[in-house]
Design a protein. Structure first.
Lengths: 326, 291, 331
C-alpha cells in the first residue's frame, strides 16, 4: 500500500481578541485540534462534518493555505508542513484543490482559456505553441465544448464552472486532489454528472481524493474510507463499508439518522433514531472533556471530565468514545 | 472558432454602449468632450485667428466687445478671445490627460502592492505614507510645489500629480486588499503562480472599474486645479494662452470689459461639466450589473 | 370534501432582460387545500421561487405577468389592490426565505423585527399596545422552541446561530399568518442535524396551527419527509403531481425518473450519470414540451405540442404525451 498523505496530530488555532478596550483577552478558536489520518494511493477518503467541525481547515492546512500551529503533514514520505509560499513548485504540481464555490474560485475577469492556461504555463507542462491544443484537450476531458475557451465564467452555468475548475486541477496531472464540497451548491442531476466524472477521472488518471463534505448519502456511493469530524477532532474513522454497516460513535449515529431519505429501504438502514438536540457549539468555546457530551444521549460521568483517545475496534475502524474499549 | 471570440466581444461592446447611453445627459457629455478634443487638436485650423494665440498685438482692436467678427470679443492686446480659448483647450486637455496618465499607473501599482501585502508591514508603511499625503490639502500642496519650480506647463502638471496621486493608491488599495482574499487568488497561489502574475493578472482586472470611473470623473477637476495654478501665474507662461491666466488677466477689467474674463471662465466650466457628465456615463457603464 | 385555499391556474410569468423576454413560467398549475402540506420540487432555474414570489406579488420589477390567475380564497391575487395585498401579506400568507441571515435586518434586535411584523400585520385589535405585541412575540418564540424568549428579544441576529435565526423567521411567519405559510428552501443553508430539528419543528407547528403549507425545495428527500403531496417542476412547467408516497413508488414522467435516479442513496448502488443536456434557454424555449430536447423517450409530437397536466390515476397527474393525448385524455 502506497502511503500518499499522512497527517499527524495536526492542529490549527486562530487567535481571536475578545474583551473591552482595557481588558483584552486572546482566546483561541481551535479549528483543528489534533487530526491524524492516512490516505493511500488510489483511495477516496471522505472527511465529513458540519459547521465548526474543522474539515475545511484540515483541507486548507494540507494545501498550505494555512500554516499548522502544531503537528505535521507528510506527502509521499516528505514533511510538507509549511505554507504555500514556502513550498517548492514541484509540490504544487502534485497536490491540487477544487473549491466549493466555482463562482468565486474562477476569476470573473479572465476567460476560461486564460484560467486553464495558468497551470500549464506555471509548470511548463507543454511548450508555448501547444497550449491551445492542451486547453482543448482539457475541456474535452470534462466534456465541455472547445468554444468555451473564449467565454467568461459568468456566461456558463454553475455545474459547468465546476467542471472548468476540475479541468484546471487536472492540468498538472496531480497525485492528490482535495475536493472541498465540490457539489454542495449544485443541483442533484448536475452533481450526479460531476461525481461520475470524478470517479471516472480517478480511475483514468490514477488519482487519490480527499473529499470534504457533509453529505453522507453521497459518500456512501463514493468513498473508500470515512472520517467524521466534530469540533476539530476526528470522532470515528473506518473503511466505508464497515462505517455504514457498523456506525459506532453517537454523533455518527445522530448524523446518519438526521439525513432525509426517500425510500423505506433507506429508512430502515438508518440507525435507530437519535434525535438531534442542542446547537452546535462554537470552536471558541469547546466544552471540557469530550466535546460532544452536551448533545450526547449516552454520556457517562467520565465524558464530562476527560477527552477520549482513539481506540481500534475492528481493523482500520477507530472511534473516540468512552462507550467503547479496545 | 475565433468568430465566436469576435461575436462575444462585439456583443459585450453593444451592451456597454447601451448601458452608457441609458442616461441621455451622459451622451451629451460624451459629445461635448469629443468636441473639446477636436477643437484642441485642430485649433490651428478651426480658430478664426490662429495667429492671435501667439505673440500678436493690435492695439486698434483692443478690448472690443463681442461682435460678429470676434464672438468672444478681444482682449487688451487686441487678440481674439475665441481663438485664444480654443488654443487654451490644448493646455487644459494636456494637463487633464497628462496628469492622469502619470499618476494612475504609479498610484495603482503602489495600491496593488499594498493590497497584496495587506496586513503586513509593507501595507502599513505604504498606506501611512499615503495617508500623510492625503491629509495635506491638494490645492495648497500643488501651489507650494509649483511655486518652488520654474513655471511651465510640465511643472504645473508635476505639482498637480504630486498632490493627486495618493487618492489612486487608496482607491486601489481598498479594492485590492479585499480581492486579495478572494478564492480565485488562493487558487492561483496553490497552482504556483508568481506574485507578479497574481498582482497584475488576477487582482488588477477586478479593480479596474472604480479606477476607470474615477479617472473619467476626475479629469475635470484636474483641469480645474491646473487652471487655478495658471490663475496665480504658475502654469504656462504668456504668450501661450491658458484659461486660468486669461481669467486672471481679465479680472482687472471687470465689470466693464467683462468678456475678457467671463468667456475663459465659462470655457473652464464647460470643459469640467462635460467631463463630469461623461464620467457619469462611464460609471454607469462599468458598475451596473445586469440590464 | 377539502376546501381549496390556493388555486394557481395556468400562471405565465416572464422577466424583461437586455436581450428580450425570459418566458419562465409557462402555465403553472398548483392547488392547495386547507390544512394541506404540499411541496414544489425543482432544480435551480426551474421557476419555483418565481412561483412562490408571484403568490405574494413580491416579484422584482423586471417581472411581467403574462397570463393566468392566482386565486387565494377565491380572490385573484394578481388583481388585488394595495390595501388588499397588505391584508393578504399581513394576515393571510407568510413566507420563510432561504437565507435567514439575509432576511433579518442586522441593525435591529430580533425583538424589534418581530414586533414590526406583528404590528404591520394588524392581527391584533386596533389597540396595538406594545405590551400585547411583546407578549405575542414571546409566545411565537416559545412556539418555535427558542430558549429564553424574553431575553432573546434583545439579541441581534449576529448573536444567534444559523439554526436559531431560521427559527426566529419561523416564529415570525407563524405569529401572524392564519391560512398559508410558504417556505422557500428553509433549511438549505443549515447543517444536517440542525436541518432535521428545524424541519420537524415546522411540521409540528403547521399541524398544530392547521395552516396550509407550501415547501419549495430542490431536495426530493426533504420534500418526502415534509409533505403530503408534491408538484415536480421543470423549466417553468409542472410535469408531475402526486401524493408523496405515490410519486416515489410510481413515478411516471421521464424527468421524475431521471431525477430520482440521480439522488445518492444511503443503500449504496452508485448514482446515475445525470441528465444529458441543459435547461432550455428561456429566451427561446421549446415550443412543445420543455423537457423534450433532453428526453430519452421523446415522441415527434413532444416537440410541437405542450402536454397538458392530466390525471392518470386518482390523485396522480402527469404532463407527458407518453401517457396522455393532446386533449388531456388518458391513453
Amino acid at each position: 500500500m502506497n502511503e500518499l498523505l499522512k497527517v499527524d496530530n495536526l492542529k490549527k488555532f486562530f487567535p481571536i481578541t475578545e474583551g473591552s478596550l482595557f481588558q483584552k483577552k486572546i482566546v483561541y478558536l481551535k479549528a483543528m485540534d489534533g487530526v491524524s489520518f492516512q490516505l493511500n494511493q488510489g483511495e477516496i477518503l471522505a472527511l465529513v462534518g458540519e459547521s465548526g467541525s474543522g474539515k475545511s481547515t484540515t483541507a486548507y492546512t494540507i494545501m498550505g493555505l494555512y500554516k499548522p500551529t502544531e503537528g505535521k503533514v507528510f506527502f509521499k514520505g516528505a514533511d510538507i508542513s509549511v505554507e504555500t509560499t514556502k513550498r517548492p513548485l514541484s509540490l504544487k504540481k502534485e497536490i491540487q484543490i477544487v473549491f466549493q464555490d466555482p463562482g468565486t474560485s474562477l476569476n470573473p475577469q479572465r476567460t476560461i482559456r486564460q484560467i486553464l492556461e495558468l497551470p500549464l504555463r506555471v509548470h511548463k507542462i507543454v511548450p508555448e505553441r501547444n497550449i491551445n491544443e492542451k486547453v482543448e484537450e482539457l475541456l474535452k476531458t470534462v466534456e465541455l465544448p472547445s468554444d468555451y475557451m473564449f467565454k467568461y465564467p459568468r456566461m456558463i452555468g454553475g455545474g459547468e464552472r465546476q467542471m472548468v475548475a476540475i479541468a484546471r486541477v487536472l492540468a498538472t496531472n496531480p497525485s492528490l486532489v482535495i475536493l472541498d464540497e465540490p457539489t454542495s451548491a449544485l443541483d442533484v442531476s448536475i452533481q450526479a454528472k460531476i461525481i461520475n466524472m470524478l470517479l471516472q477521472l480517478q480511475r483514468d488518471f490514477k488519482l487519490s481524493y480527499l473529499f470534504i463534505t457533509h453529505d453522507l448519502s453521497l459518500m456512501r456511493n463514493v468513498a473508500t474510507k470515512m472520517a467524521i469530524m466534530y469540533l476539530g477532532k476526528i470522532n470515528e474513522i473506518a473503511p466505508a463499508q464497515e462505517f455504514f454497516t457498523n456506525p459506532l460513535h453517537p454523533y455518527t449515529q445522530m448524523l446518519l439518522s438526521s439525513i432525509p431519505v426517500i425510500s423505506k429501504e433507506e429508512r430502515n438502514l438508518r440507525p435507530k433514531k437519535i434525535a438531534s438536540i442542542g446547537e452546535i457549539p462554537s470552536p471558541v468555546d469547546i466544552p471540557p472533556g469530550c466535546g460532544f457530551h452536551p448533545r450526547c444521549p449516552f454520556k457517562l460521568e467520565l465524558c464530562l471530565e476527560k477527552d477520549p483517545q482513539p481506540v481500534e475496534i475492528t481493523p482500520g475502524h477507530f472511534v473516540r468514545c468512552f462507550l467503547y474499549k479496545n | 472558432m475565433n468568430t465566436l471570440n469576435l461575436n462575444a466581444t462585439r456583443n459585450s461592446i453593444k451592451r456597454s454602449i447601451y448601458k452608457f447611453s441609458r442616461n441621455k445627459i451622459s451622451v451629451v457629455g460624451f459629445f461635448i468632450v469629443l468636441f473639446v478634443v477636436i477643437v484642441a487638436i485642430f485649433a490651428p485650423y478651426l480658430a478664426p485667428y490662429p495667429k492671435h494665440a501667439g505673440a500678436f498685438v493690435d492695439f486698434n482692436n483692443a478690448s472690443k466687445p463681442p461682435s460678429l467678427a470676434h464672438p468672444f470679443g478681444t482682449d487688451v492686446f487686441g487678440r481674439d478671445i475665441l481663438s485664444r480659448v480654443m488654443f487654451a483647450f490644448r493646455g487644459a486637455l494636456i494637463t487633464g490627460l497628462g496628469v492622469i496618465a502619470m499618476i494612475v499607473p504609479m498610484g495603482v501599482t503602489v495600491g496593488l502592492i499594498a493590497g497584496y501585502y495587506q496586513g503586513t508591514r509593507i501595507d502599513t508603511i505604504i498606506m501611512r505614507i499615503t495617508d500623510i499625503f492625503i491629509t495635506l490639502p491638494a490645492l495648497l500642496l500643488a501651489l507650494a510645489v509649483a511655486a518652488l519650480l520654474r513655471p511651465t506647463l510640465f511643472n504645473s502638471m508635476m505639482a498637480v500629480s504630486f498632490a493627486w496621486w495618493p487618492w489612486y493608491v487608496r482607491l486601489t488599495y481598498g479594492m485590492a486588499s479585499s480581492v486579495r482574499n478572494e478564492v480565485f487568488v488562493q487558487a492561483a497561489e496553490t497552482i504556483g503562480a508568481s506574485k507578479v502574475h497574481i498582482i497584475f493578472k488576477e487582482i488588477l482586472p477586478n479593480c479596474l472599474a472604480p479606477i476607470f470611473t474615477k479617472m473619467a470623473l476626475e479629469i475635470g477637476w484636474v483641469i480645474l486645479v491646473g487652471a487655478t495654478l495658471s490663475f496665480v501665474g504658475l502654469g504656462e507662461q504668456p504668450p501661450t494662452p491658458a484659461l486660468g491666466t486669461m481669467v486672471s488677466d481679465g479680472s482687472k477689467y471687470l465689470p466693464h470689459q467683462w468678456w475678457i474674463s467671463v468667456f475663459p471662465a465659462l470655457a473652464i466650466m464647460f470643459i469640467i461639466l462635460a467631463f463630469n457628465l461623461f464620467g457619469d456615463g462611464i460609471r454607469d457603464m462599468l458598475t451596473t450589473e445586469e440590464v | 370534501m377539502s376546501e381549496l385555499l390556493l388555486n394557481i391556474n395556468n400562471l405565465m410569468v416572464g422577466y424583461k432582460v437586455f436581450d428580450g423576454l425570459l418566458k419562465v413560467l409557462d402555465g403553472v398549475i398548483v392547488k392547495v387545500n386547507k390544512g394541506e402540506r404540499i411541496g414544489i420540487v425543482g432544480e435551480t432555474g426551474s421557476g419555483k421561487t418565481t412561483t412562490a414570489k408571484a403568490i405574494l406579488r413580491i416579484l422584482p420589477r423586471t417581472a411581467r405577468i403574462l397570463g393566468g390567475e392566482i386565486l387565494f380564497q377565491n380572490k385573484d391575487v394578481l388583481k388585488m389592490s394595495r390595501s388588499e395585498l397588505s391584508v393578504l401579506r399581513g394576515q393571510g400568507i407568510s413566507m420563510i426565505f432561504q437565507d435567514p441571515t439575509a432576511s433579518l435586518n442586522p441593525v435591529f434586535t430580533v425583538g424589534s423585527i418581530i414586533s414590526d411584523v406583528i404590528r404591520y400585520s394588524r392581527t391584533l385589535s386596533s389597540s396595538n399596545k406594545s405590551s400585547q405585541i411583546k407578549e405575542t412575540a414571546i409566545d411565537a418564540f416559545r412556539l418555535a422552541s427558542l430558549p429564553d424568549p424574553d431575553r432573546l428579544l434583545a439579541n441581534y441576529p449576529f448573536q444567534l446561530s444559523g439554526g436559531m435565526r431560521q427559527r426566529v423567521c419561523i416564529a415570525m411567519a407563524l405569529a401572524t399568518a392564519r391560512d398559508l405559510i410558504i417556505a422557500d428552501e428553509p433549511t438549505t443553508n443549515l447543517d444536517v442535524t440542525i436541518q432535521d430539528q428545524v424541519l420537524k419543528l415546522i411540521k409540528e407547528l403547521v399541524d398544530k396551527k392547521k395552516t396550509s403549507f407550501i415547501l419549495i425545495t430542490h431536495s426530493l428527500a426533504v420534500a418526502s419527509e415534509m409533505t403530503e403531496r408534491i408538484y415536480v417542476m421543470y423549466a417553468g412547467t409542472i410535469i408531475e403531481q402526486a401524493n408523496t408516497q405515490d410519486l416515489f413508488e410510481k413515478p411516471y414522467h421521464p424527468y421524475t425518473h431521471a431525477l430520482l435516479s440521480c439522488i445518492p442513496k444511503l443503500s449504496g448502488g452508485g448514482i446515475a450519470l445525470g441528465i444529458p443536456g441543459r435547461m432550455p434557454n428561456y429566451l427561446n424555449p421549446p415550443l412543445g414540451c420543455r423537457f423534450s430536447p433532453r428526453c430519452p423517450q421523446a415522441l415527434p409530437v413532444c416537440e410541437k405540442e405542450k402536454p397538458p397536466l392530466t390525471e392518470i390515476e386518482p390523485g396522480h397527474e402527469v404532463a407527458c404525451f407518453l401517457f396522455t393525448t393532446k386533449q388531456g385524455v388518458q391513453q
